[in-house]
Structure formats: C-alpha cells, structure tokens
Design a binder for this molecule. Structure first.
Ligand code: P5A
Length: 426
C-alpha cells in the first residue's frame, strides 16, 4: 500500500479525551474514529489488525473442531423471556420495537439464539459433542464506556457455545477450549492468566477469565507469584489450572492457599471469559436429546467469549513505547514499512519502487511511504504506526546500493545490500 494514496488520518497532538496509552495511540495512528460514546468506526489500519486477530481466533477454533456460524445482531425478545433474562439483564440491554410493535433487542450475547437453533436441529446424542462459534458485534449499554475500544458499547466478540450429553463430557470440552484460548492469545504475543471468576449475567458455577496483567486494566486479580515466571509456552492448562488465580470477587483471604509474598495482586485486562452453566438455557428453551438408552434429557452447555475489539487495545497496552505502537508480527497491519527519504528523486524512486514490488511478490505486506514529506515526519509516523520492520531508502541506497533496516521492537539497525532484504525478512 502506498501511503500517498492511503487513508491513515494520523494525529500529531495527543487527543485530550484519551486516558490510556492504547486509546491515545489508536487515535493518533488513525485506527479508529469515535462516533459517539463507546461506538467507533474502524479505519483501514484498525480494521486490518482486527481481521488479523479474527483469523488467528478462527484458525485455533477450527483446529479443535469448532464450527463457525453467524447469528443476527437483532434478536426477538421472546427467546429471552423464555430463559428469564429479558427483565434480569436490565438497562445494559438495548431494546427496540419493530413496526409491528414486536419487542426486539440488539444482542449483548447469544446463548438464547444458539440454544433455539440447536433445539430445532439436534435431537440425538449422536450429534454430540458440538461447539458452534461466531465473531459478531454486540451491544451493551455500559454505564461507563471508556478507554476507547477497551470498554465500548458496540464491540466485537468471538462467542462460542458448547453442547454435550453429560457433565463429564461438558467438562472435557471446557478444558479443551480453555487450553485453546491460551494458545490463541500466545499467538498474538500475549501471556494470559486464567483466573477463577464470577459468572454474573451468564450464569453457572464454573468460570474463568483470561487476564493480561497491565496497570491500566479494569479488573483486580489475585494470583500465585509463580505465574510471573512462566513463559507463554509454559502456560498450559495443566500448569495454569494447578496454580491459584482468582478475580477480585472470587478471592477469599481466609481460604486462599497462597499467603504472604507468594500471593500477588495486580490490575488486569479481561480479554476472554468462559462459562459452564449446565442446563440453564437448554431446559427452558427445550434443547433436548435422546440418550443411548432412549431417555430425553436437556443438553449440558457452556459459553466461551473473547473480546476481539478489546484485544486490539490490550495488545497495544502490552506492547508500545513513547514513540508509538510495537506490533507483534502476527497481528501487525503490515509487516514492513518502506520509507523513501528522497521521494521525487528519480533514482531513489526507481530503487524504492523496485524493492516495494519485490517484497510484495515474495508475499510480504508492505506499507510504502512515498509521500513528499520531511524525513523526520516519515520516521515519526512509521514509529507511531509500529510495523515490525522499517526499510529505509536514502542517499546510501543511491550511492552504494544499501538500505537501512530497523527492527521496531529492539531498535536494532543494520545497513544491508538491497539484495539481502528479502533474506532478512524471511
Ligand atoms: C461468553 C460468550 C459472555 O458474554 N456469552 C457468550 C459469554 N461473556 S462476557 O465475559 O460477558 O464477554 C466476553 C468477552 O467480551 C469482552 N467484552 C467487552 N469488550 C469491549 N467492550 C465491552 N463493553 C465488553 N464487554 C465484554 C471481554 O473481553 C469479555 O471477556
């Protein structure tokens, strides 16, 4: 992509309304635009990151045999009346009436809708286990939307729903998804701590939140200090589930197995939340199957959420410096930022264009700064946008055929021959 023809409305000034780094950087790097409180337009750079995150999530869901679906955002109130949540959900639910005076709502979550689908189509234990998921916009009329996409009113969620014949099978499914979530976050460069959590409006008695330790997080968590020394690779279900970690409301000092300085407390960003709630929805919505011995019983269910749009903010909170964002390669909007310091100079333009084409032909995603701007502006913008690699075409390229390659994360710079660039990127 050529920057001269792109749409990245970067800001030089720090927007006054943004209180945390990720919100400031997303606005400054031209990733989002606020329409009204907690509701955003995703601009090209923001959307690319959102799509990278979605792709990783889908790959990991598919790997464990989950099936993707897409449910509507607008739901009939009737289903929620059956489950008993229509009144209980309160003011966070955006309620609508259609032209026939039918009560509708903009879905804050989809347990009712998916259970209704399953009730229609799944009649026998032979179809189980079954996990369906989607990536779809949700609306929750939060009292205090804040920190940009971290706590929005309209936000993108991956929500999955599991259906099993009995408690043992449902517990196995829960474990499998727990493990897969750790892997999913690891691929995005994040080490999430799974903490025992309250089940709130979703229900049930087994639940974990996946928390990223960050001073700007809105949750308070308590955990075994051993978590701090685990690398992302060591954070598996077996290791994590044997260590103590609890969300604020679940932490009881009296029966906490960890004491003294081994117990850590920190702020966390909740990037995922999973629930096991048995027959809470299958029973009232009539999702039943016949067992091998011919009985009819309600399905055992769980639901599994990832804050897709929140993750964009969370990754930035975990990875930035005073100059801007530092994208982990797996979710970076582009891999390489190509800077032409001498745009307009025929020789420099030819060399830069050639490199641009060549890198793209080798499958690299390149953002090419071909603008007629000062060097300082180009460097500052590229650091702000935070692509993993910067390749600089300048005087030395014209004189001796070398380019400067900078790693955004380490800051390391090296001067290499033009024909070595592809090798380095590989
Ligand atoms: C699980 C999937 C559920 O809704 N039902 C379907 C269950 N869980 S949850 O914890 O309430 O939400 C799942 C994840 O969505 C993110 N999230 C938000 N992101 C941005 N803005 C919000 N206002 C918001 N609310 C929830 C969180 O990452 C949460 O873990």
């Amino acid at each position: 992509m050529r920057l001269s023809h792109y749409f990245i409305p970067t800001l030089k000034e720090t927007p006054a309304e943004a209180q945390i780094a990720s919100h400031r950087l997303m606005l400054r790097a031209g990733m989002i635009h606020q329409e009204t409180s907690g509701i955003y337009t995703w601009l090209p750079m923001g959307l690319r990151v959102l799509e990278k995150i979605e792709k990783i999530i889908c790959e990991e869901q598919d790997r464990i045999g989950c099936h993707r679906v897409l449910m509507p955002t607008i739901q009939p109130a009737e289903l929620w009346k059956k489950s008993g949540r229509y009144e209980a959900y309160g003011k966070e639910m955006l309620r609508l009436t259609d032209r026939h005076e039918r009560e509708m709502l903009y879905g804050p979550t989809n347990e009712e809708v998916i259970t209704d689908v399953i009730a229609q189509f799944v009649k026998s234990y032979r179809a189980l286990p079954l996990v369906l998921y989607q990536i779809q916009w949700k609306f929750r009329d939060e009292i205090r939307p804040r920190f940009g996409v971290m706590r929005g009113r309209e936000f993108l969620m991956k929500d999955g729903y599991s259906f099993d014949l009995n408690v043992e099978a449902a517990t196995e499914t829960y474990k499998k998804i727990y493990e897969s979530y750790l892997r999913t976050f690891r691929r995005m460069g994040l080490t999430a701590i799974p903490v025992r959590a309250d089940t709130g409006a979703i229900g049930g008695n087994l639940s974990h939140e996946f928390q990223i330790v960050a001073p700007t997080g809105e949750s308070t968590i308590f955990y075994d200090g051993k978590f701090d020394s685990l690398s992302a690779e060591e954070m598996t279900f077996d290791v994590a589930s044997n260590l103590y970690a609890a969300a604020d409301e679940m932490h009881k000092e009296d029966d906490c197995p960890i004491s003294g300085s081994d117990l850590k407390t920190a702020r966390g960003i909740e990037i995922g939340h999973i629930f096991y709630f048995g027959t809470k929805y299958s029973e009232p919505l009539g999702a039943k199957v016949t067992t091998p011995d011919g009985k009819s019983i309600p399905l055992e269910m769980g639901s599994y959420g990832i804050g897709v749009s929140r993750l964009v903010g969370a990754i930035i909170e975990a990875s930035h410096d005073d100059k801007g964002i530092i994208w982990p390669e797996a979710v970076a909007p582009y891999k390489v930022g190509l800077i032409n310091l001498k745009s307009g100079d025929a020789k420099a333009d030819t060399l830069a264009e050639g490199l641009y084409t060549q890198m793209q032909n080798h499958g690299h995603e390149v953002l090419y700064d071909d603008r007629d701007e000062r060097a300082g502006t180009k460097f500052a913008d590229m650091d702000l946008i935070g692509l993993p690699w910067q390749v600089v075409v300048g005087n030395k390229t014209i004189e001796s055929g070398t380019v400067e390659v900078k790693n955004r994360k380490t800051g390391d710079k090296q001067e290499i021959a033009l024909d070595q660039v592809l090798k380095l990127l590989k």
